[in-house]
Design a protein around this ligand. Structure first.
Ligand code: PMP
Length: 463
């Protein structure tokens, strides 16, 4: 191991300074300050170390992004070579550069002939921002300028900026900053466990999909430009839609001439055992948002991928595309993304997730939790999964304080040295794709210990 980049400081010292300067994501900062943030200092493979030398197995791939794990030399070398050769240039001024060209060739070879164009961004939020403007531009040039409305889903997540948080369907986010912006609306989420009532998952999935058709008919198809959704909801709780949901959504979008947009910021680059999550679910989007796994999070990069139909229309008929980001296609990010795709291919990480480690993880979770008194459902495929807390498995009744219970499990998990995440009533995992069987056993074993601790607390208190 190399000497640390920064001289060592005591954890309390870091925490004090952190508290003085930062507003952390999605927390009550005052509460966090009283406790102090955990200081992470090193990562290697699927493990992280904090400033006090504690080791954690990272069941969340950072934030669903470190698909190739931490510290891969190939990505470090690519970054260093590119920084020496061309540390920055842009795609303004009628210029381009080899790194971005090589990356795009590779991406479109993975995507197949249906897709042709991309606008790169720095993040998933920005990819969704670009999407909003691009959809509206597309319909303008197609002679249908009235198709301005974008439809997202309740409890969907597409980012934290004004447009992307508007597309997302999280009410508590809308409360901050007067969102959503005009011409964005939301339809039902396909969360059978919570909302399915007496319906079978398939019947409920169809009903959730039909809420899109109802909304289009209510607004008028001549006003609706796009439907935007995550193939499986990530931040909403790793919610997997019932079989047939996406087929019905695709039918509706085609019937009413509405662009079908997949936010693959989490789902892309192998997470489900396919290169792109829409392939796992069997539908064909017109636009795709990417980020996270594109660079395995080593440097920021995202993008909006466009089908040939959209991309070529914008080029042939669109005139000036009045949009540009200083760091769009940044050479460093592009070089790292390419090296990341090289690692995913060279180590067969996508195939491995589909055929080996993914099934192993899914089996291990089901073995550990199928009969657990606190767990009502286990969902997932490949290297992504959720376990749903339930008060009564037979009726699917949920705990009124489910968010506190999953938070408890997540916190015990951290103390045991395993990072998982809690969202409402679900505990979610998405480990790096490089995880092996023994590490999966370690992760699932610690999760089980954590949920057992919560069960003891709940059952102990409630008899
Ligand atoms: N879309 C989805 C599906 C996401 O999960 C996220 C981030 N968790 C985003 C968009 C936003 O990406 P970023 O945080 O890079 O802006």
């Amino acid at each position: 191991m190399n000497a640390p980049h920064f001289p060592h400081r005591a954890t309390g010292d870091y925490q004090q300074s952190d508290a003085a300067h930062h507003l952390h994501a999605f927390v009550d900062q005052k509460a966090l300050n009283s406790e102090g943030a955990r200081v992470m200092v090193r990562g290697e493979g699927v493990y992280l170390w904090d400033n006090d030398g504690n080791r954690y197995i990272d069941g969340m791939s950072g934030l669903w992004c470190t698909n190739v794990g931490y510290g891969r030399q190939e990505l470090i070398d690519a970054a260093s070579r590119q920084m020496k050769e061309l540390s920055y240039y842009n795609m303004f001024f009628h210029t381009t550069h080899p790194a971005v060209i090589e990356l795009s060739e590779r991406l479109f070879s993975l995507l197949g002939d249906r897709f042709s164009h991309v606008v790169y961004t720095n993040s998933g939020s920005e990819a969704n921002e670009v999407l909003i403007r691009t959809v509206r531009r597309y319909w303008d040039i197609m002679g249908k300028p009235g198709k301005k409305v974008l439809i997202g889903r309740i409890n969907g997540y597409h980012g934290s900026t004004v447009g992307s948080a508007s597309l997302g369907g999280m009410a508590f986010m809308h409360e901050m900053g007067d969102l959503p912006i005009p011409n964005i609306t939301h339809v039902d989420e396909p969360y059978w466990y919570a909302n399915g009532g007496d319906l079978t998952p398939e019947a409920f999935g169809k009903r959730a999909a039909l809420s899109l058709e109802r909304k289009i008919l209510e607004l008028g198809a001549d006003r609706v430009g796009a439907f935007v959704a995550e193939p499986f909801q990530g931040a909403g709780g790793m919610i997997f839609p019932p079989d047939g949901y996406w087929q019905e959504i695709q039918r509706i979008c085609r019937q009413y001439d509405v662009l079908l947009c997949a936010d693959e910021v989490i789902g892309g680059f192998g997470r489900t055992g396919e290169w792109f999550a829409h392939r796992h679910f069997g539908f064909e989007p017109d636009l795709i948002c990417i980020a996270k796994g594109l660079t395995s999070g080593y440097v920021p990069m995202g993008g909006l991928l466009m089908s040939r139909q959209v991309g070529e229309a914008l080029v042939e008929r669109g005139g000036v595309y009045a949009h540009g980001l200083t760091y769009s296609g940044h050479p460093l990010a592009a070089a790292v993304a390419l090296a990341n795709l090289d690692v995913l291919e060279k180590d067969h990480l996508v195939e491995r997730t589909k055929n080996d480690t993914g099934p192993y993880l899914q089996r291990a979770l089901r073995e550990a939790f199928a009969d657990h008194p606190l767990i009502g459902e286990i969902q997932g495929v490949g290297a992504v999964a959720a376990i749903q807390f339930a008060k009564n498995k037979a009726t699917r009744e949920r705990f009124s304080d489910e968010a506190e219970l999953t938070w408890h499990s997540r916190t015990v998990g951290f103390e045991l040295g395993a990072i998982v995440r809690s969202t409402n009533g679900r505990l979610i995992v998405a480990p790096p794709l490089v995880i092996d069987h023994a590490q999966i056993d370690e992760l699932v074993g610690k999760m089980r210990q954590a949920v057992d601790a919560t069960a003891k607390k709940v059952l102990g208190n409630r008899g």
